[in-house]
Ligand binder design. Structure first.
Ligand SMILES: C[C@](O)(CO)[C@H](O)COP(=O)(O)OP(=O)(O)OC[C@H]1O[C@@H](n2ccc(N)nc2=O)[C@H](O)[C@@H]1O
Ligand SMILES: Nc1ncnc2c1ncn2[C@@H]1O[C@H](COP(=O)(O)OP(=O)(O)OP(=O)(O)O)[C@@H](O)[C@H]1O
Length: 285
């Protein structure tokens, strides 16, 4: 008789880059960054069910993303060689995060998959090993695997723990997809911000080096940022397209969101310095 395994549901939270400085460019074209990551208590949800058969099933299909490029599928494939027995998995992805939004949805999906399968397939890999494997899927995967707010350096894989205020945020998506690769290849991208010397507590005084370029290439991003400026200082996350502003209360954030023009989408979320996936992992065997 085939064994039926339980289904476990885990979050794949969003992240914000509270600031993002580009301090240089490596020979392989990748950029050296200094960026402050904080998680949000909002994101996608992934359900995992171990299968007795050696198959990886991912549902539903993502528009314009073939299965071989789906970061959940790729994360599962990456771990298959570490299994001691040929089990499989069925993964359902409940997507809420905008794709190409700069909130790290794909990377977070991949990290949650690595963390979950390490437990469900009993691989015994360390957090460090999972983060190293994850880096081959995307620069943002290691921070989601570690799950602690941090100042990241390198291409985003060297972390110093950070404790930014856990404010409320309004995150606005202007409805355009920004290509991370296009922005990083652009000749007008500033690439020589000096490394930060002092403390980073006052992160609002720093900036995002991608912001002016993204706003000029994508006027919709500039308009969304301008709209949010009516309420609070606003900034691009990652390479966009989302812009965000922080508020000291949930009510103030919700009031701003209620006035959001129909042409944009947005959400209110709390900044959290520990990823919700870490506590959710405790339910796993
Ligand atoms: C902008 C950030 O979101 C900040 O958190 C990340 O650095 C980007 O992370 P990501 O979306 O996981 O990006 P990846 O899939 O690794 O890279 C996409 C493309 O962006 C460029 N890229 C990315 C990261 C980086 N530090 N330098 C780069 O030049 C590379 O051309 C790469 O081919
Ligand atoms: N599971 C997934 N979820 C989202 N995007 C995925 C996934 N798998 C593959 N992709 C591809 O990766 C691209 C980038 O996705 P993602 O949502 O992580 O962008 P992002 O929020 O801009 O990330 P970042 O801030 O890390 O640059 C998508 O446009 C899509 O083509």
């Amino acid at each position: 008789m085939t064994r039926i395994y339980p289904i476990y549901t885990l979050p794949a939270p969003a992240k914000l880059n509270l600031f993002l400085h580009i301090t240089g460019r490596r020979h392989d074209g990748y950029h050296e960054l200094e960026t402050l990551f904080q998680f949000l208590d909002y994101g996608d949800e992934l359900s995992f069910q171990v299968l007795a058969d050696d198959v990886v099933e991912v549902t539903p299909e993502l528009p314009e993303v073939p299965l071989e490029s789906h970061l959940v599928y790729r994360a599962a494939q990456l771990l298959r060689p570490y299994r001691k027995q040929p089990q499989g998995v069925r993964i359902h992805v409940d997507k809420h995060l905008p794709m190409g939004g700069g909130v790290g949805g794909g990377s977070s999906n991949a990290a949650t998959t690595l963390l979950a399968l390490n437990r469900l397939w009993q691989l015994g890999l360390s957090t460090e090993e999972l983060a190293d494997l994850g880096l081959s899927l995307g620069a943002d995967v290691p921070i989601f695997v570690h799950g602690h707010a941090a100042l990241a350096r390198g291409v985003g894989e060297h972390f110093t723990p950070a404790f930014p205020e856990q404010a409320w945020y309004v995150v606005v998506h202007p409805g355009v997809h920004v290509s991370t690769a296009e922005i990083f290849q652009h000749p007008d991208l500033p690439r020589n911000t000096p490394p930060i010397q002092g403390p980073i507590e006052n992160w609002q005084s720093f900036h995002n080096d991608c912001e002016n370029l993204v706003c000029s290439v994508y006027p919709q991003v500039a308009s969304a940022r301008q709209w949010l400026l009516n309420y609070a200082p606003s900034r691009l996350t990652g390479t966009g397209a989302c812009v965000f502003a922080s508020f000291s209360t949930k009510t103030a954030a919700q009031q701003a969101l209620h006035a959001l023009p129909d042409s944009y989408r947005g959400f209110v979320a709390r900044g959290v310095n520990q990823s919700p996936v870490l506590s959710a992992l405790k339910q796993l065997p």
